[in-house]
Design a protein around this ligand. Structure first.
Ligand code: PHE
Length: 335
C-alpha cells in the first residue's frame, strides 16, 4: 500500500509539472486528487485496515494529499503567469519605450509668434470660427457686392452663419466691447472654399494684429513689423513693403521677407523672385472705426494679418501645406 502511494505521488508530480495550461492542471487534479481518484479510494478504505496499518497508511495518505495540493498551487500559478513553455513572457527582452509626445509644428510656430508679440506689448484675443456677415465682411468694409469678396468664398451654415475667412472679424469684436487703447493679436483657424494644392488648403491659420490709439502713424506699423520679423528670422533679414489693397485698411501694404530657403537668390518656393509674401497690413480704414462706434477723427490705428502655416513651412522646410492637417504621425515625428 505504501509503495502504491509512492508510485501515485511520482505520477502525480510528473503530470502537474508537465501541465502547460489551466485545463491540463485541472485534468491532473481530477485524476490524482478527485473523488474517483485512487488516492481518494485508498483514503476512504482506511477504516477496513487493522489499527497498525491504518495509522501508517493514514499518515502517508495525508502527507501525499498535502504535498499534491502544494504542487497543484504551484502548477496553477505557473500556467497563469505564462512562464515556462513556448509563448510565455520572456523577461530578458528589452522593454518597450513609452512614446514621448510633443507639440504640433503649427502650435510651436504660434507659440513663438505669441511670445514675440507679447514681448512687444500685445495681448492675445480670440473669436468664434462661425461668424456672421457683419463681422466677417460688412463691418470690415466689404459691402455685399464688393469684388474683394470673391477672394473670400467660404462655407455657409444654416441660419446665416459662415465659417470665417480671416481673423479680421476679431478686430471688430474686440473694438465693439472695448475702448482704445487696444493692442491685440488674434490667432486662429480660418476657412476658404479653395481647391487644395501645395500652398492652399480650405483650412489654415492666421494671426491678426490690431493697435488702436490716438495719433498712430504708418511708421509705427512699419517699425513693429520689422522688429517682429527680425526677432523671428534674425537681424539681417531682408524685408520689403509693397502697396496693396484691403477694404478695411487705407493705405495698405503687403510685406515680403527675403526667401529663407534660397536666401534671396531665387528658388521654387519663392517662384524665382527671392521674396516670400508673409503679411497683409495697413492703417485701419475710418469706415471700420465708424462701424464699431469709434470716432474716426479721434482715433487711428494699424492692423496686420499673417499666415501661420506659411511661417511654419519656412521654419520647418515642409513644402506642402496639406501635410500639417493630415495628422499622420509618420510625418509629424520628423519635424
Ligand atoms: N485679413 C486679410 C486677409 O486675410 C489680411 C489682413 C489683415 C490685411 C489685417 C490687412 C490687415 O487677406
Amino acid at each position: 500500500m505504501i509503495d502504491r502511494l509512492r508510485a501515485l505521488g511520482a505520477a502525480a508530480r510528473q503530470a502537474l509539472e508537465e501541465a502547460q495550461s489551466e485545463s491540463e492542471v485541472e485534468e491532473a487534479r481530477i485524476a490524482f486528487l478527485g473523488r474517483k481518484s485512487e488516492l481518494n479510494r485508498i483514503s476512504r478504505g482506511l477504516g477496513t485496515l487493522s489499527d497498525g496499518e491504518r495509522r501508517e497508511v493514514g499518515r502517508a495518505v495525508n502527507q501525499l494529499k498535502s504535498d499534491l495540493k502544494g504542487l497543484l498551487e504551484e502548477a496553477k500559478s505557473r500556467v497563469a503567469s505564462g512562464t515556462g513553455g513556448a509563448g510565455g513572457l520572456d523577461v530578458t527582452l528589452p522593454g518597450r519605450r513609452p512614446w514621448v509626445g510633443r507639440k504640433h509644428p503649427l502650435t510651436r510656430t504660434l507659440d513663438r509668434l505669441e511670445e514675440i508679440f507679447l514681448g512687444l506689448g500685445f495681448e492675445v484675443a480670440v473669436g468664434p470660427h462661425i461668424e456672421d456677415d457683419f463681422h466677417n465682411f460688412e463691418a470690415l468694409n466689404f459691402p455685399a457686392d464688393h469684388p474683394a469678396r470673391d477672394e473670400h468664398d467660404t462655407f455657409y451654415v444654416e441660419g446665416g452663419g459662415l465659417l470665417r475667412t480671416h481673423t479680421s472679424p476679431v478686430q471688430i469684436r474686440v473694438m465693439q466691447t472695448r475702448k482704445p487703447p487696444i493692442r491685440i493679436v488674434a490667432p486662429g483657424r480660418v476657412f476658404r472654399n479653395e481647391t487644395p494644392d501645395a500652398s492652399h488648403g480650405s483650412e489654415f491659420f492666421q494671426l491678426e494684429g490690431l493697435y488702436v490709439d490716438r495719433d498712430v502713424r504708418f511708421g509705427e506699423l512699419k517699425g513693429v513689423l520689422i522688429k517682429f520679423l527680425r526677432e523671428l528670422y534674425g537681424e539681417n533679414v531682408g524685408v520689403r513693403l509693397r502697396p496693396g489693397f484691403f477694404p478695411f485698411t487705407e493705405p495698405s501694404a503687403e510685406v515680403d521677407v527675403e526667401c529663407r530657403i534660397c536666401r534671396g537668390r531665387g528658388c521654387g518656393v519663392c517662384k524665382g523672385t527671392g521674396w516670400v509674401e508673409l503679411l497683409g497690413s495697413g492703417m485701419v480704414d475710418p469706415r471700420v472705426f465708424a462701424a464699431v462706434g469709434y470716432d474716426p477723427d479721434e482715433v487711428s490705428g494699424y492692423a496686420f494679418g499673417l499666415g501661420i502655416d506659411r511661417i511654419a513651412m519656412m521654419m520647418t522646410g515642409v513644402d506642402d501645406i496639406r501635410l500639417f492637417l493630415e495628422n499622420d504621425l509618420r510625418f509629424l515625428r520628423q519635424i
